[in-house]
Design a protein around this ligand. Structure first.
Ligand code: ADP
Ligand code: MG
Length: 299
């Protein structure tokens, strides 16, 4: 039922056009998601993988800023850097050398998970870092018993301490990403508003379906997040329209606009919510946090 239908049933005979809320960028009426109530108790964590085998679509930027926004709302958040490039670690100012990383936890089941956790400049947001060592993990895991379930085993040890665990995946659909999907309750797919954005999404969704069938029956698609949207270009608007045509309500109402503030914030190794707290991009990530809580994807 559309919003207009609701209005019509509630208020027969009234001019519905004048009551309709303005449309947001995804073509649905704009709405404000409520500020979530504080949690009375914490954990166990909802685990969400940020996944897209295309690089440069906003996975890491979303992990950092969604994590920071959820932490602002009092959620205890753990971000996992699951990309050997270590961009999440850099973006949150984590140490990556001479420390325990996610690689150590995957390869050595006796490694101490608590030792790998670092705090960040954002109260309530912790991180397990990665560095280039992780690029060797695919090769090492090939011969492991239950190799797809290793990350799930690691996260089980800390799930009680957090409300949300975000896994920043690398741009591939290899064993590491399958580990992330196997460990997760939900997947968030950032999608850049560019031509060819949809290329590869079918394969990603097929991979998620296979993981659901074979490894993790509970996994859900939490949503598709349009990123790097530029409302001034017809191009961006057309791409978003095609994404909504293809995926309907699975496309989140929150849309992240393109702004140079993100690269600036990365250089400062700070989430945009702290770097430019009043900027509309910071507000967009707060809205994303509220929408995901509203939809029940996270607590
Ligand atoms: N909404 C945005 N507007 C402008 N630049 C962005 C935006 N989101 C991300 N970026 C920049 O684009 C690049 C790729 O983003 P990133 O989050 O690292 O993608 P991924 O993790 O999917 O490879 C980074 O330099 C980042 O700062
Ligand atoms: Mg990345």
């Amino acid at each position: 039922m559309t919003r207009n239908d609701e209005v019509r049933t509630e208020l027969p005979g009234m001019d519905t056009a004048s009551l309709a809320a303005p449309l947001g960028p995804t073509g649905r009426p704009l709405r404000a998601f409520p500020v979530p109530a504080a949690l009375k108790q914490h954990g166990p964590a909802k685990i969400v993988a940020l996944c897209n085998q295309k690089g440069g679509v906003g996975k890491t930027t979303t992990s950092i800023n969604l994590g920071a926004a959820l932490a602002e709302y009092g959620r205890r958040v753990l971000a996992i850097d699951f990309d050997p490039q270590g961009a999440l670690s850099a973006g949150l100012g984590a140490q990556t050398h001479d420390v325990t990383t996610i690689y150590d936890l995957l390869l050595n089941r006796h490694a101490d998970v608590q030792e790998a956790i670092q705090t960040t400049g954002v109260p309530g947001l912790d991180i397990i870092p990665a560095n280039i060592d992780l690029s060797a993990a695919e090769v090492h895991l090939v011969n492991e018993v239950a190799r797809e379930q290793i990350l799930a085993g690691v996260l089980r040890k800390v799930s009680a301490d957090y409300d949300v665990i975000l896994i920043d995946c690398q741009p591939s659909l290899g064993i590491l990403t399958v580990n992330a999907l196997t460990a997760s309750h939900g997947v968030l797919i950032p999608l850049e508003c560019e031509y060819f954005a949809l290329r590869g999404v079918a394969l990603l969704i097929e991979t998620i379906d296979k993981v659901r069938e074979r490894l993790n029956p509970a996994i859900e698609l939490d949503g598709i997040l349009a990123t790097m949207y530029d409302s001034r270009t017809l191009h961006s608007r057309e791409v978003l329209e095609r994404v909504v045509d293809a995926f309907g309500d699975r496309v989140l109402e929150t849309v992240i606009s393109r702004t140079v503030k993100f690269p600036d914030a990365s250089v400062a190794a700070t989430p945009i919510t702290q770097f430019a707290p009043e900027h509309q991009a910071a507000e967009a990530y707060r809205q994303l946090a509220r929408e995901l809580i509203f939809r029940g994807a996270v607590a």
